[in-house]
Design a protein around this ligand. Sequence first.
Ligand SMILES: Cc1cc2nc3c(=O)[nH]c(=O)nc-3n(C[C@H](O)[C@H](O)[C@H](O)COP(=O)(O)OP(=O)(O)OC[C@H]3O[C@@H](n4cnc5c(N)ncnc54)[C@H](O)[C@@H]3O)c2cc1C
Length: 398
Amino acid sequence: MPTQPLRTQVGILGAGPAGLLLAQLLHRAGIDSIVVDQRSREDIEETVKAGIVESPAAEVLATTVSDRVYRDGAKHDGIAFHFDGQAHRFDFQDLVGRSVYLYPQHEVLKDLIAARIDAGVAPLFEHTATSVEDADSDRPRIVGTTADGSGFEIEADVVVGADGSGSIARIPVVGSQQGGFFREYPFAWYGVLVEAPPSSEELIYSRSEEGFVLISSRNREVQRMYFQCDPATDPASVSDDEIWAKLQAGVTTDELKRGPIFRKDVLRFRSFVAHRLRHGRVFLMGDAAHTVPPTGAKGMNLAISDVLWLNRALREFFGSGSETLLESYETDALDRIWKAQHFSYWMTTMLHIAPDASDFDRRRGLGELRLVTGSRAAQEYLAEAYTGWDYGVDGWRD
Ligand SMILES: Cc1cc2nc3c(=O)[nH]c(=O)nc-3n(C[C@H](O)[C@H](O)[C@H](O)COP(=O)(O)OP(=O)(O)OC[C@H]3O[C@@H](n4cnc5c(N)ncnc54)[C@H](O)[C@@H]3O)c2cc1C
């Protein structure tokens, strides 16, 4: 153990989008923070995860971190649903006057890490937290070990758990890593990264007799595609030919552009909301507080909402000493969290076919897709949620 713990105002566990963005917003308000992460900078900047940035999230990133999301991101004015041999486009601009941006999460992370380094407070990489202590005191601590095996300790006025879906910061907040409301799904996504040009300029969400397919993209050279699979599937057990057959079965109109498949993985997912988002001086946000199935592209965008609420509360706390907004953080954040949970659940169940689906379930599912694509009101509902509800939080622009 170090003789002297590092001391800061806000100790942030996790250098994902949530932790790094909070550090950036606090820095703009003159509030000190230290961010720790178990991974190396290189690993964080190379891990391919989220791709779709909602319209309000793009504005937050462009205003407070970097406008690369607008300069280098691809603006998508819609998505397509393919089912029953037909393609239906949701024209977001026409429906709600908004777009989303295809700007991969690792690019967001590069921008956020560069901003931390520019501010002279680089995250502490390769620092693995083993516990968060003293939540009930006014000096909570993050305790852990560095890559060389030595101990570290960060003592702060407030500790924020932004350590993702396997969060250890949940333990002092809800009593265990699992304490929360959740729902499991009987299917997973088989995902591939392919070296090929885009097959479609916009995302294609498809539901066929075989189940769900998503045709997505990372950039002009690398494409990300998924099909529904059994959660127990071994990624190595599926041949390239089988992969292309499954993907092609979901696309009703176009021949997919093929190329070498250089990564195969199986992504299991569930819906989860922690029982509490705060205990004493320890707060949860982002995937540590909640996870959603990726179908609605909500995870990172939702994390940004938590960041904005917590940023507002911490600015008030360090500015005036008032805990009023810290006390309302959980209620404030949960409003959007449950809306996003519903939207992600709805998109997931509408577009997948459960392994035990009856003929009734399959036909009802097609009826739902026809209803949604055949009604302007339903299309607006989807477009408004997909492109992002306004955050409705102040205190982040300055
Ligand atoms: C395939 C896929 C597609 C997705 N698509 C989208 C999308 O299009 N749009 C969208 O908005 N979201 C999407 N998401 C979700 C999005 O990636 C997550 O919601 C987002 O990463 C959450 O950010 P976070 O900062 O809360 O957590 P994370 O990104 O998980 O970051 C947590 C960090 O904490 C660190 N950490 C964890 N434990 C410890 C520890 N004990 N000690 C030190 N460090 C620790 C981790 O190393 C990690 O860097 C997708 C996710 C997946 C998997």
